[in-house]
Design a protein around this ligand. Structure first.
Ligand code: AMP
Length: 364
């Protein structure tokens, strides 16, 4: 079997690494000749709206998936005429639009922050009057890693907010004073089989994910799985889906979904019996899902902008080095390190050792 992937970045690269033992080959559509997934599969070089390149990809594979959600709708439609596309165009359209995804959460009774759809400065003013400050204004589409957002703390911030974010469709959300952020990664097969990884606690720096650690036996695990499962069922979803939540006391507030393998699940490569990447490939290929159990204490660190000294990191027991082969650039995710251990205390010690090495490499 061959699977086509729209996008050839590190997510596609790790999907290909997981697909290889299953003898499933991946082909990537990516505009860049040095896409970092290219050495692990076949690259079809072309823009994401290049009809010829899209046809070339579709002609060489049995089904198609994505590694990012802002794929042009026309591209998905063009492929879906000929081949199964997982997750579906409807799932993609919902997940890429903050208003549509949050409307779905509310229809399913999944709690969110107070929320308004925004199409003008007058809408911002009305919504602020109703929801209050602080609040966050976010573009409905194309926002990621904290981009396309503005926190409104006082009335001076509200005044030109619609123009400052580009006069595009937006949402306004009440600011959540959360205790911490978590994500829950779920996977659903074409036949409706579901599996979930444990809730992961996520720590961001400068709006980007810095550290993730799965939480064992978290009291909100069942609530999270219910929300993820309901969303996947409602979208007739096939593949891995990541759901980000805010934890406030004993409540989970839904933030957003990503219709793909997710950065907060990279630790599953060494930390789980079956990784998120293999499970995504299994779901897309219509194979039975793999065991999502965690093997033991584990944590993930992103490498953003610069790599630490490889030999020093690799000298730490349980440190697993992942270099995506991307050119270092400020604010760019270029690798990650997963730390595994036998006990929680050993994990803490190993993480301390690693953090001492990463201190100079933090995003700036
Ligand atoms: P998002 O792109 O929506 O995931 O937002 C990026 C980050 O901004 C989140 O991971 C949170 O740290 C923060 N954030 C987003 N929405 C809210 C909110 N309503 N209240 C407080 N913080 C938020």
């Amino acid at each position: 079997m061959r699977i086509g992937v729209i996008g050839g970045g590190q997510l596609g690269r790790m999907m290909a690494q997981a697909a290889s033992p299953l003898n499933i080959q991946l082909s990537f559509l990516d505009p860049s000749a040095d896409a970092c997934a290219a050495p692990f599969g076949t690259l079809v070089q072309g823009a994401y709206d290049d009809a010829l390149a899209i046809n070339q990809l579709a002609a060489s594979v049995d089904r198609v998936t994505f590694e990012f959600e802002s794929v042009p709708a026309q591209t998905v439609a063009q492929i879906a005429e000929h081949l199964p596309v997982y997750p579906s165009s409807q799932a993609l359209a919902t997940a890429r639009d903050r208003w549509l995804e949050k409307s779905l959460f509310q229809q399913l009774g999944i709690e969110t922050a107070p929320l308004a759809d925004i199409a003008s400065q007058a809408d911002v003013d009305d919504a602020v009057a109703r929801i209050g400050l602080p609040a966050i204004l976010k573009t409905r589409t194309l926002g990621y890693d904290g981009k396309g957002q503005k926190v409104l703390r006082e009335s001076a911030d509200v005044k030109n907010a619609f123009a400052e974010l580009g006069e595009v469709p937006m949402i306004l959300e009440g600011f959540v004073a959360f205790d911490y952020e978590v994500s829950c990664i779920g996977v659903r097969s074409a036949s409706g089989e579901l599996a979930f990884y444990p809730l992961v606690r996520n720590e961001h720096r400068q709006g980007m994910l810095y550290r993730s650690e799965p939480l064992t036996d978290h009291p909100l695990q069942a609530n999270a799985e219910q929300a993820v499962g309901e969303v996947m069922d409602a979208l007739d979803y096939v593949g891995v889906l990541a759901f980000e939540f805010f934890v406030v006391g004993d409540r989970l507030l839904a933030n957003e979904i990503a219709p793909r393998v997710h950065n907060s699940g990279h630790w599953t490569i060494e930390g789980s019996v079956c990784s998120q990447f293999e499970n995504h490939v299994r779901a897309v290929a219509d194979l039975p899902l793999g065991d999502t159990q965690t093997r033991g204490p584990v944590a993930l660190y992103n490498l953003i902008g610069a790599m630490p000294e490889r030999s020093l990191v690799m000298a730490i027991a349980g440190a697993h080095w992942h270099d995506y082969g991307k050119a270092p650039r400020r604010g760019r995710k270029i690798g990650h390190i997963t730390v595994t251990a036998e006990t929680a205390e050993q994990l803490r010690q190993r993480c301390d050792q690693l953090e001492a090495l990463l201190r100079n490499e933090l995003p700036n």
